[in-house]
Design a protein around this ligand. Structure first.
Ligand SMILES: CC(C)(COP(=O)(O)OP(=O)(O)OC[C@H]1O[C@@H](n2cnc3c(N)ncnc32)[C@H](O)[C@@H]1OP(=O)(O)O)[C@@H](O)C(=O)NCCC(=O)NCCS
Length: 165
């Protein structure tokens, strides 16, 4: 278990709070971000998203906060599909992409899973055009499997033996 808040140097991992609703909506409804997240379609209007946000805090995973206090994104390790091989997901607002937050957050979550929980593997579902995500995953040692998820995203996998702590 990652103890929160957790200072990663470049950014902070913490729980979501009700105050994050607007910043979270700004990120999730940004077409440049959401085209790579899930099927790229938001089921609710932005107003509904903000209204329902306080009821969804437990489902949001980790909030990623920049050092200046702004919400930078979210991250999760979702065990609901294959519990022994959870899915890692990291989503950053445009302002915070490409400055090392993704790498720091991924390393923290993977360290916890492999070194503390002693997990066997982690999976990631990636749109084949998502060059930032692919660069990050490959540099961490993820390799492409022959599987695709139901919306056509490639499935990558990292086993514990290949994780560099
Ligand atoms: C994918 C994502 C999580 C990566 O995190 P990030 O903080 O932007 O990436 P980092 O700055 O930590 O960089 C990680 C590596 O990717 C490379 N990279 C970053 N952006 C890149 C881009 N646009 N194209 C190619 N490579 C890129 C970096 O060079 C770095 O490699 P290096 O350390 O060997 O130089 C982030 O860009 C993002 O949230 N994008 C939008 C949502 C998304 O696609 N999420 C993933 C699917 S759920």
């Amino acid at each position: 278990m990652i103890e929160l808040p957790k200072d990663l140097g470049v950014c902070i991992l913490r729980d979501f709070t009700v105050e994050d609703a607007e910043a979270s909506a700004a990120m999730e409804y940004d077409s440049d971000v959401k085209r790579y997240v899930g099927d790229g379609i938001m089921k609710r209007t932005r107003e509904q998203y903000i209204e329902q946000f306080p009821n969804k805090l437990d489902l949001m995973g980790y909030a990623i906060q920049a050092k200046d206090g702004r919400l930078a994104g979210r991250a999760s390790l979702d065990q609901s599909f294959v519990p022994q091989e959870p899915n890692i997901a990291i989503v950053l607002s445009r302002d915070f992409q490409g400055i090392g937050f993704g790498r720091a957050v991924a390393h923290c979550i993977l360290s916890d899973w492999f070194c503390d929980v002693r997990g066997v593997a982690v999976r990631a579902e990636v749109h084949s055009d998502n060059s930032a995500s692919l660069a990050l995953l490959k540099s961490l040692g993820f390799v492409q499997t022959s599987e695709r998820n139901e919306i056509g995203h490639d499935i990558y996998r990292l086993g514990r033996a290949k994780f560099k702590s």
